[in-house]
Design a binder for this molecule. Sequence first.
Ligand code: X5A
Ligand code: ZN
Length: 690
Amino acid sequence: MGTALVYHEDMTATRLLWDDPECEIERPERLTAALDRLRQRGLEQRCLRLSAREASKAELGLVHSPEYVSLVRKTQVLGEEELQALSGQFDAIYFHPSTFHCARLAAGAGLQLVDAVLTGAVQNGLALVRPPGHHSQRAAANGFCVFNNVAIAAAHAKQKHGLHRILIVDWDVHHGQGIQYLFEDDPSVLYFSWHRYEHGRFWPFLRESDADAVGRGQGLGFTVNLPWNQVGMGNADYVAAFLHLLLPLAFEFDPELVLVSAGFDSAIGDPEGQMQATPECFAHLTHLLQVLAGGRVCAMLEGGYHLESLAESVCMTVQTLLGDPAPPLSGLMVPCQSALESIQSARAAQAPYWKSLQLQDVTPVPTSPSTHSPEGRPPPLLPGGPMCKAAAPAPAPSSLLDQPCLCPAPSVRTTVALTAPDITLVLPPDVIQQEGSALREETEAWARPHESLAREEALTALGKLLYLLDGMLDGQVNSGIAATPASAAAATLDVAIQRGLSHGAQRLLCVALGQLDRPPDLAHDGRTLWLNIGGKEAAALSMFHVSTPLPVMTGGFLSCILGLVLPLAYGFQPDLVLVALGPGHGLQGPHAALLAAMLRGLAGGRVLALLEEDSTPQLAGILARVLRGEAPPSLGPSSVASPEDVQALMYLRGQLEPQWKMLQVRLIAEAWLCPGARLCRRGRWGGQGK
Ligand code: X5A
Ligand code: ZN
């Protein structure tokens, strides 16, 4: 449906006219650097270009006082000395004769973006603006911000489009206190912000930036602050914050629209933030937000002062909005202790207001689980006893991480290899229906060990699957769907795994739904992470062999995905994902779509879905659409997880947390759980520590 890019070159006019070390970083080149890079990458050309308009007086009046708007209007005719004097009345602000015009364009750009998305002209978009907005308040400019662009857009979406639930995600490295103040008693706007805080020692030095500021009155629980108390937060910390804090609340909130205060001073290299997240991380953050609100995501630029890092991060964001799969994240996916402390304290502060956070933190991890391994005790997770090898995902030396053995995956190309041709009817037009098959002899050779693959129809399906898989591994196709006869589901999956591993995949994540057992001859070499959802009981037979029952309630399904599947998947960093809907998988279309959409964030989107031949055309269609980058449908208001769902999740977390650090949400005395943890951690920040 398209991505809008809203811009106007007049917004490069405002600039600092005098000496001010604090303000000099907010300069016109921020916009031109971002736009030039978008052009260079061919991304601007793929967007619907919209020229920004000025917001009207009435629109500014949605969040600002008339007196403040008049004050800013008057700056148009002031001389330099008067401008400087007025600027001095605010914290970290400069005015320029063009400020009023630029700030009205910045606010207007946000309004145009929201209108374009909410009228269905586009699916999502980015407004490239300055001055930024999130620090600005009802009657005050602050922190380079004059009008509160995102807050005005939210108020407009409520007033003009009648929306009832808007999520604002502020990933700028500063606290958007302006947005917080404007909506702190409003339950129709859920405001999430993470920010450099350092126990209150970082600008804007506010007590109300801490995790215990959760809103007021009707708005209690609708302000979510995640203060970072150390610098150096990186990809693992940001992704963990989304999986364990933002997304559970966001799904429960069920927004109709997502607004992003997209500041890139939270990216590596930025002088303000001093954080370590790489530009690719913003592709993942964007991707994770696109599963909400039917994909209606409007991002507006806030901060970002390292031009190179800003330009790259903007490209990652736009590329992902356009539907391209996110590039794999670099670095070990191990959140740091300080990040975990922050996430935990924010979860604790929010728990009274959100069902999705209740139960979990208060349920003690069972010491004698209700479910056991065949031997009747939890098995050692790896040969050789307790280990923290997990910190370095198994036999995956960094040299392998750096040199992908697979050809680069194409940005988007989804192929469907189905045996029942009527499914064509519901496929999106650009999804390719595969004609080809692997050579007969080759197919037969792969099929030989498996009795269930002897039948002609199973062989035909296998031939198509092998051909599709080779196309994915060779980099011709990004993702695919293949059908198999129900009786041959397990054997086909086994062949797909073997073929993937022998054809260049270094780490293969297999998410098997329904009654599918781990292939018995699969090597225990850490190259395959097997995750069965739909087993009889929760069991971690090793850190690479996990089974859990299919949650009965939507709330349980969501916590299974956010609290188990994705943390394992992000920790494992696969380069190929197989998701198999096996016999009795019991997954409804929207749930399957959500799972596939979120797994698409892994392995550069290299996801192969295996369906049973008699699956409905609707299921194949919905999967084909999410694999090519469309948003999954909203699940609607989610029910709570059942006690059994919670129990299974808590048990598995207890078993696997020492190995898979992305699972961790509770504070654990690390040395007690994993004596080698400190060693595992070393080197994460190139030995600098934090
Ligand atoms: C939008 C933004 C930062 C202000 C920092 C003042 N403002 N020290 O990033
Ligand atoms: Zn900022």
